[in-house]
Design a protein. Sequence first.
Length: 198
Amino acid sequence: MAELTLRITNDLQPKAECAFVQTIIAENRGQKDPVNRWSLYEVGADESMIRGLEVAIFDNLRKQVDYRVTVLCFDKAMCLITCSSVVLQINEERATHTIVLASDITSKTLASGIQKGIADAEASSEQVKIVSFKFTRPFTSDEIGLIVTPVNEQENFNDEFIVTVKKITASGATVIIRRMDAPTGWGQNLKLHWMAWE
């Protein structure tokens, strides 16, 4: 198994535009329903972000496998600013790759096809739960990009989760939620904030 660290360099103008960074990684084998690993990071316009920020460590990856790594940058209103994507082959036990955020061309292309919403994952008695939800309106094909972020809305909850995209269709998606900070279920009414585009 291998670990991958992503170093995000903000070369946008102005740099303060980038308030959130979303990272997604999937095996690049052309499968219809890739398994995604994701994280969401809040960033600022301080010196560390201007120089570059190490934002994610993906572990338990297979070596000698091509992975597609996608990094999306959002403003404070969670509007997509830019999207960068690269295919990497993991050859070592620990690797670091730098991705530069420098263009807003992709965001202008995606903007008209973006949908956002909140799905209820509710509580779970088990550590893993499968949840399905519908998009606001059906897309025209199954070639959908999707981000799903679990949100602790209650102030007294510090639960940590990973979400894997199991299936995407033109009308909705099915995801697998796994609690990471404890081998138990959870009591809160967990919310899934999602963004999808084609």
